[in-house]
Design a binder for this molecule. Sequence first.
Ligand code: NAD
Length: 392
Amino acid sequence: MTAPLMSLTWTDHVTGRQGFLVVDRLVRGVSSGGLRMRPGCTLDEIAGLARGMTMKEALHYDPQGRYVPLGGAKGGIDCDPRAPGAYEVLVRYLRAMRPYIESFWTTGEDLGLTQDLVDRAAAEAGLISSIQAVYPLLDDETAARRRLADAFAVEVDGIGLDALVGGCGVAESALTALDLTGVPYAGTRVAVQGLGTMGGATARFLTRAGLTVVAVADIKGTVLNPDGLDVEALLAARDAYGTVDRAALRPGDLELPGDAWLAVDAEVLVPAAVSYAVDTTNQERITARWIVEAANMPVLPEAEKQLAARGVTVLPDVVVNSGTNAWWWWTLFGDIGPDAGEAFAHTRRSMRALVKQTLSRAEADGTTPRAAAHAIVADRLPVIEERFGWYQ
Ligand SMILES: NC(=O)c1ccc[n+]([C@@H]2O[C@H](COP(=O)([O-])OP(=O)(O)OC[C@H]3O[C@@H](n4cnc5c(N)ncnc54)[C@H](O)[C@@H]3O)[C@@H](O)[C@H]2O)c1
């Protein structure tokens, strides 16, 4: 694996907290990757995520599409987003990163941050937008920016379109795997770790497809109901960080410890919170048939080997959670309009094709789906590099 193009560590002069930026590679002089804020965040973690972004961009390469891939990048701040002064740390981080954001790093929300907060802090840090580096690549910047702003204003049943498309892609990945193995949706049970942007939307789409969400975990613990949770009620009871107000639980809902989600009786597990959630120790407790990685890097490599040996299929993050990033660019570059129906249809079509391609490559190569996705990326990156180059 080649070293990232650039990686840097920032130290906040006020609090001493650290932040990171890793640009894995550039395509046409630009990279893409969200910004996370969590206590314990490290440069290594951000480097892994930046590499993952390069893969997500490459996997969605469609030679006929208007959107062509960017390079991968990621930002991170080692700070609890709920801590007093966290917002000010975010603003100072963005001020320090301003030259990079202005010229080659496009960013947005990730774990611990919402897009609204990123937008507010970016404006306070003197930026035009967190994705302004891509503007020079657009044919009609004004129309493109209006289209994206209009898309961000779309809400579906109380949740913004931007916070739904990612989960739509995760859910479609799971549904594709079920379809390929002939498992009906009805009666298929799901446990989700994280009920924030990704986990919340995934739970909604899977429920609406006819699956039963039996467990969800947030930072406060796991909520279980073997007969199925009232997902919409839980979604409506979340705070801005994706924590569910327990007053919304129904009589049959049980409160269990934080890691209980992974061992519940369910066919599908959706880790949609933190990295490294499934390790060599706790993987033994998993009885599910599929793990669908909505989060980035939730399953450690050694654990994945052990899971594969016992017939548990891990659908990898680079494929499964790539929908949000792709949707920004499909919308901005004009492959789709600012419309929920169009966005979901395009996301579903793309994710279904990508999951099928990944699983058939895995079967042909005799590898895991993750190795197959990496092989597809390895084939594609030289093609992208040849056509577009690193620098504009
Ligand atoms: N938001 C996006 O657009 C996006 C896109 C692709 C991938 N991801 C990845 O998805 C994951 C979740 O991101 P998000 O934006 O949905 O985050 P979020 O901040 O909106 O929600 C996080 C959720 O996880 C829960 N959580 C946090 N720590 C936990 C713990 N230790 N145990 C159980 N639950 C915990 C929180 O309570 C919350 O419900 C991250 O790995 C992120 O990198 C996000």
